[in-house]
Design a protein around this ligand. Structure first.
Ligand SMILES: Nc1ncnc2c1ncn2[C@@H]1O[C@H](COP(=O)(O)OP(=O)(O)O)[C@@H](O)[C@H]1O
Ligand SMILES: [Mg+2]
Length: 328
């Protein structure tokens, strides 16, 4: 497997009038070619900050105090604006939840899509037009010519999302960062869009960093999973072992909250409590107040280091959940 993206020790905060918001704390992510890496966590955990950091689109009030983001052999945190512009769209693309806001409201879809193509290549408008039609069709819009003549407000949320995805994918980037790409969409449409994304990755051997708060999406898509809590990755593993034997109590609780086909009558237990204030982040493990496995060590010692608990399965916890003896 060839490594495409390697984030090491990424630490990002935001300056606010109330104090410094510690949005990401020593985050590590490794993404191989052809792989779907899902970063999952609750709202406010730092997921969008991670996406923006990779894209070089962090806001003015942010500060990256530590870490590296290596894309192939380019350190994205140290790349110039020119180089980032060149990489964005062509090598690395972003789609996010609010497609309607991402599209220009006063221009029809066709020119917006063609512009992306023309900006990065010196092909003719005619070729760009046909590329635009092809990608819209691939994204599940059966009448691309008609769509290209329409304005964003005339399209449904699901259609806008497909258009944004077409824009992100038309230049066949190696890395797609998808930040809650299907949240707010109807479940069937969501499944269809995710399915298309997965197909594209397979066909092109590209990779996706898929950001979501939804364990159902993770189960459908991921090869590898990172679980993020209060700006800290608490567990990281291949998808199958993570779902079979979650080791961090937070991951375990997230999975408990999922409805299951094999046990439909099971009660869904919502997790008690709230995530910590990122301005006054404690030194100890941030999950302690909500943790059913917490013991005195967890309250008294600095937050636990990330360690390999089994082959390729990492967890930051003093007292991880013991897996049941499975016969697999
Ligand atoms: N521009 C900003 N200024 C100040 N705080 C921010 C800014 N952007 C995000 N935050 C804060 O950083 C934390 C992480 O936010 P975010 O990355 O958007 O989380 P997620 O995408 O997981 O919901 C939150 O506490 C959020 O309020
Ligand atoms: Mg977000």
């Amino acid at each position: 497997m060839t490594e495409l993206l390697k984030i090491e020790d990424l630490t990002v905060s935001f300056r606010t009038s109330a104090g410094r918001v510690k949005a990401l704390n020593n985050v590590d992510v490794t993404l191989d070619e052809g792989e779907v890496y899902c970063m999952v966590g609750e709202s406010g955990a730092g997921k969008s900050t991670l996406a923006l950091a990779v894209m070089g689109l962090l806001p003015q009030n942010s500060e990256v105090s530590d870490g590296r983001i290596m894309y192939k052999d380019i350190d994205l945190l140290r790349a110039g604006p020119e180089q980032m512009r060149d990489l964005r769209g062509r090598e690395i693309s972003l789609v996010f939840q609010d497609a309607q806001a991402a599209l220009n409201p006063i221009e029809s879809i066709g020119p917006q899509l063609e512009e992306v193509i023309l900006e990065h290549s010196d092909i003719s408008l005619r070729v760009a037009n046909s590329m635009a039609q092809d990608i819209l069709y691939e994204m599940g819009l059966p009448d691309p010519k008609r769509i290209m003549g329409q304005y964003p407000f005339a399209l449904s949320g699901g259609m806008c999302q497909r258009v944004m995805m077409a824009m992100a994918l038309v230049l066949r980037p190696k890395l797609l960062i998808a930040d809650e790409p299907t949240s707010g969409l109807d479940v069937t449409i969501q499944a269809e869009i995710l399915h298309r994304l997965k197909d594209l990755v397979k066909e092109q051997n590209s990779s996706i960093l898929l950001i979501t708060h939804d364990m159902g999406v993770v189960a459908a898509m991921a090869n590898k999973v990172g679980v993020i809590y209060a700006g800290t990755v608490v567990e990281n593993a291949d998808a199958v072992p993570l779902f079979r034997r979650p080791r961090h109590p937070y991951t375990w609780s997230l999975l408990q909250a999922l409805p299951r086909i094999d046990d439909p009558g099971r009660r869904i237990e919502p997790m008690p409590g709230n995530p910590p204030d990122l301005i006054n982040l404690p030194d100890e493990c941030p999950f302690v107040p909500r943790c059913f496995k917490a013991q005195s060590q967890c309250r008294e010692q600095p937050k636990p280091e990330f360690r390999e608990i089994e082959g390729r399965h990492f967890v930051a916890c003093y007292n991880p959940v013991e897996p049941p003896a499975l016969e697999d």
